[in-house]
Design a protein around this ligand. Sequence first.
Ligand code: MRU
Length: 399
Amino acid sequence: MKENERERNVEPDHAGEDVASPADIRKVTHIESVRLSDDGGSVVIIDQTLLPGRLEYLILSDARKMWEAIYKLQVRGAPAIGIFAGYSIYCLARQSRTEDPEEFVQDFREKKDYLNSSRPTAVNLSWALNRMEQVVLAHRDRPIPEILDLLRQEAERIHQEDMEMCRTISEYGLSLLKDGDGILTHCNAGPLATSRYGTGQGPLYLGKERGMHFRVFADETRPLLQGARLTAWELQRAGVDVTLICDNMASLVMKNGWVQACLVGCDRVAANGDAANKIGTSGVAILAKHYGIPFYVLGPTSTIDMNCRSGADIVIELRDPEEIRSKYYREPVAPEGVKCYNPAFDVTDHELITAIVTEKGICYPPFTESLAALFGNNFSPDGNESGGQSQADMPASGL
Ligand code: MRU
């Protein structure tokens, strides 16, 4: 069967089902938002911009299309972007026609830099690309076909590790919750954004598998509606009790006593625990503090950037104003040309975070110490090697 035929057959219609069987949970937690094609020449992704209306797959082998897939959020969520970057750079390296090792390295670096310029905030992008580059550099004396084999293995390892990390993070996260808890989520940190269980939403799927019941309030997450389009879709398919709310309803829901914990993912965590995540996250954390509700940030150690001393070092992506004015709406919802400020992320101050949950354990304040302990105190932050980009490297807006 051809790749695209197989993809079209993946999606059964679950509309109207409200009770999830273990098989349904498996369907959600085994969604493959990113994978290598069977012939190893392309990367297959779920086009997340079309959900929840259409579950369609894209098969990508062209560098520009890969760059656009990240920029346009067809593939999104920090870990998924990292996995995608690993497979993409492998596919692009395969396309290199040179037999000269030095030219191969040079070509690899150009492609790597190009992919890395697509989005600045999620550290997983540069983290995965740097891992792939290390493979090339460590084996530059070997024949190119051997280097390609090693690159494929490394990309698969990044993916496999993420699956394991998500599962472990979900276990740790679940240990912080009680059956019957009300949970507030922001953005999407589930299977689509990662692999398998997810990070921020991972405990909810694991709990469901174990017969626990959570009442989840999913912030819609303006302007790109990842909460409404993706989190609500994933949780509903899995039979988790989910209620969608507009972002500005979170304080009321908390005041009503309906929320016992907030669970969010992260795109880059600084050495002091400041955590960049989808715009609006820091507002949720401020509300949670006001109402005495624990605020948990969940993410793999690949999202912790010890070279960023604090959130002030994290580059925040600015996006196309059209996302606020008209995207996802039948009619524009703002006057044409009105000035908009559209940062894609904000940084939650470490003082607002109850704990950071990683695959290596749960870190509590003071984060400067608990995060350093995760890395064996073996790092030396210098502020220059975060692997991120400066704002100046980014396109002003749009493509
Ligand atoms: O702009 P997005 O949709 O890529 O932003 C995603 C988030 O902010 C997620 O919460 C974060 O990447 C964690 S995903 C496990």
